[in-house]
Design a protein around this ligand. Structure first.
Ligand code: FES
Length: 131
C-alpha cells in the first residue's frame, strides 16, 4: 500500500487499455518545415503547408524532364510530369490525393506529384526519379 503523498498516489499510471485508445499523434516538428532537393544539393525553408512544386520552381529546381517542360499542366494534377521521390519525411507531407493515386498507381509508394503535395515538416526529395 502506498503512503500518503507518495508518487503512486499523486500520479496513478495510465491503464493499458486507455493507452491503446489514444489517437495516433505525429511527432512534433522542430523548427520550420524545409525541403532538401537531394540531386541539386539545395535546402529550402518553407512555410507550413507550402506546395512542393511551387517551392521547387521558386527556388530554381528543375523538376521536369524535357517532355514535362514542354507539356506540363501547370500544377493541376493532369499531366503527371512533376513526379518526385520522397526519400525522407513522408509523414510530413499531405496525404496522397485521388489524382496521385490514379497517376502513380504503377509507381512506388514513395513517389508523389509535387503539384499535389503540401509540406508540413522536414523532407528530402529526389526530382526526376529514375533518370
Ligand atoms: S504539374 Fe501536371 S501533374 Fe503536376
Amino acid at each position: 500500500m502506498a503512503q500518503a503523498g507518495s508518487r503512486e498516489e499523486i500520479e496513478p499510471g495510465t491503464p493499458p487499455e486507455a493507452q491503446e485508445t489514444q489517437p495516433d499523434v505525429k511527432p512534433q516538428l522542430k523548427g520550420s518545415p524545409c525541403v532538401k532537393f537531394v540531386k541539386e544539393s539545395k535546402e529550402v525553408i518553407v512555410a507550413d503547408g507550402a506546395n512542393l512544386r511551387f517551392k521547387a520552381l521558386e527556388n530554381g529546381v528543375d523538376l521536369y524532364t524535357f517532355v514535362g517542360k514542354m507539356m506540363n499542366c501547370g500544377g493541376y494534377g493532369q499531366c503527371g510530369t512533376c513526379v518526385m521521390e520522397v526519400v525522407e519525411g513522408m509523414d510530413y507531407l499531405s496525404p496522397r490525393t485521388e489524382v496521385e493515386d490514379r497517376k502513380l498507381k504503377r509507381k512506388p509508394e514513395t513517389y508523389r506529384l509535387a503539384c499535389q503535395t503540401l509540406v508540413h515538416g522536414p523532407v528530402s526529395v529526389v526530382t526526376k526519379p529514375g533518370q
